[in-house]
Design a protein around this ligand. Sequence first.
Ligand SMILES: [Zn+2]
Length: 243
Amino acid sequence: MLRRVRHKLRLINYHSATRKTTAWDRAADMAFFASFFLCLPVAYLLNLTVTRNTTAIDIMGRFVQDQGRTIARLNQADQQRTSTFTGASTGNFHLTIVESLRGWPLTTSIAQQPVRLDLDILSEVKERPNAQLAADDPLRLAIERALDEAGETRALQALKSGESPVRQQWIAWPIAAGVWWIMLAIGSSIAIGMARLVTLWVQSKFSLRKAQLRAEGKCSNCGYDMQGLEFNEKCPECGSLVW
Ligand SMILES: [Zn+2]
């Protein structure tokens, strides 16, 4: 069975036209394979270098005093309207979580940055941008309670853990690598095509110059004027074959 298959293959090989391969064709083939092996490292490199920041979570709120206790209220459009709470505001807070989208042309990973908390307490002279609150700080506990009540689990988790996790976009990785393979393959074939054109152009210029010299009765190699000389297949100046 195997022998018959091999025999058939040999027959096919024998009867098919041989493809004329030039150095240019081989260079194009090599570039295609090189693109395949390079596409993943390139995608990885762009995952490290290209980042776009977006604000993933943006929550504003205020602090109020309720029977001597500080509680936090989130500024939510619908909550503000229906809120029956009438405590005087003692300050504002602004909680943001920025995410870095990494990679190009697709986002291959998302790095969540630590929670940023800006405080503006009315009884304090200055605002506290990017405040670092201790775990048992009453302001922090108040914010955590408010986030919990509002169902802002992601913000709550980030605030509590203080971690900045990286989420890999596993589906995007092979797609990004594939896009890079196509781009590298097209780019290299364009570069090889251009190099080929330039070489052809230089070669045609060169042969044109030779033909011109020959028509003028000069040596095509060194340009020595052989007009009026006896017929000679070699140039008397440089010794190269002229005819
Ligand atoms: Zn010559």
